[in-house]
Design a protein around this ligand. Structure first.
Ligand code: NDP
Ligand code: MG
Ligand code: MG
Length: 336
């Protein structure tokens, strides 16, 4: 089994003397900055003026420009949207990086696909939580954490691995488990996971199920509960104890249906499509398309997004959730 690091395996003194700049205060940025601060580390947030700046200031975190934060820091964690990182890196980070400091990412995309090429005299590593930023914060506050991967791309100081592990511990991830990987493995598996399973796979499965039922004349409300709402309850059981635990809880009829019908939905043909998706990721074809889409101001992204938000499952879902206040988190992610 791969070595998994936990709190007791990690010596975090190495990070105590260092100043950490968190660049960006979005989903991951706010979570890293607040968790690092609560863990007793010296944090400054680097931003442009605007919404995030005001929010960070309100949360009581030190804020300054990206250039100033970088120039002060020994560890610079880049938590800007991936597609913005190359430009901000060129304009505000590159020239201000202290020799011997660490340039850190939460996803390997830009380094792996050569959109950011760091200088030779800094450490380069990643600490990638395997969960949304808002859960990185929420679980930390609950005394738990979100598991993370770390990888060293460049070890100039000879300490990159220790600093990476200390960082992972400081954001709470070593409570859940931290695993070593490479930039290539993190980037390719992260893209594959979100495309084929977690985001693309699941949303397409949910919509196809909902459409099949409503097109056959069943009520959209019933189809919503069946194909979307209940998914969380099933996934929670899988999260707690794997497929076996989930199957223990469902009826034997449901389990028999799972065995005979699941492989009819996701079959050899689906797996062949997954392999094509993985090949596009490995070859750089996906990365190239996404980089060009951004350079063109996202014509396709915006068109698809508008259409998706109007899908009938979204309309009925909005109405039903209004009547189920308990499904809403105490601090809704979308309004933050
Ligand atoms: P977000 O989109 O949530 O972050 C946006 C932040 O970047 C905002 O604070 C925004 O500030 C700031 N920003 C945007 N453009 C600029 C700019 N030009 N100058 C200064 N600040 C700017 O990003 P995520 O947290 O989703 O992603 C950050 C990194 O973490 C990515 O590498 C991603 O792959 C990785 N990651 C993300 C996960 C997630 O849960 N979302 C999971 C694991 C990894 P403003 O308000 O001014 O626009
Ligand atoms: Mg991911
Ligand atoms: Mg990702």
């Amino acid at each position: 089994m791969a070595k998994v690091f936990y709190d007791q395996d990690i010596f975090d003194e190495v990070l105590k003397a260092k100043k950490i700049a968190v660049i960006g205060y979005g989903s991951q940025g706010h979570a890293h900055a607040l968790n690092l601060k609560d863990s007793g580390f010296d944090v400054v947030v680097g931003l442009r003026e605007g919404k995030s700046w005001d929010k960070a200031a309100k949360d009581g975190v030190a804020v300054c420009s990206v250039a100033e934060a970088t120039a002060q820091a020994d560890v610079v964690m880049v938590l800007l949207p991936d597609e913005r990182q190359p430009q901000v890196y060129e304009e505000s980070i590159k020239a201000n990086l202290k020799p011997g400091s660490a340039l850190v990412f939460a996803h390997g995309f830009n380094v792996h696909f050569s959109q950011v090429v760091p200088p030779a005299n800094v450490d380069v590593f990643l600490v990638a939580p395997k969960g949304p930023g808002h859960l990185v914060r929420r679980t930390y506050q609950e005394g738990a954490g979100v598991p993370a991967l770390f990888a060293v791309h460049q070890d100039y100081s000879g300490q990159a691995r220790e600093v990476a592990l200390a960082y992972a511990k400081a954001i709470g991830s070593a409570r859940a488990g931290v695993l070593e990987t490479t930039f290539q493995e993190e980037t390719e598996t992260d893209l594959f996971g979100e495309q084929a399973v977690l985001c693309g796979g699941v949303t397409s499965l949910v919509k196809a199920g909902f459409e099949t039922l409503t097109e056959a004349g069943y009520q959209p409300e019933v189809a919503y509960f069946e194909c979307l709402h209940e998914l969380k309850l099933i996934v929670d059981l899988m999260y707690e104890g794997g497929l076996e635990n989930m199957r223990y809880s469902i009826s034997d009829t449901a389990q028999w249906g799972d065995f005979v019908s699941g492989p009819r939905v996701v079959n050899e043909e689906t797996k062949a499509r997954m392999k094509e998706i993985l090949e596009d990721i490995q070859s750089g074809a996906f990365a190239k398309g996404w980089i060009l889409e951004n350079q063109a101001n996202r014509p396709q992204f915006n068109a698809i997004n508008a259409k998706e938000n109007n899908h009938p499952i979204e309309k009925v879902g909005r109405e039903l959730r209004e009547l189920m206040p308990f499904v809403k988190p105490k601090q809704p992610v979308m309004s933050r």
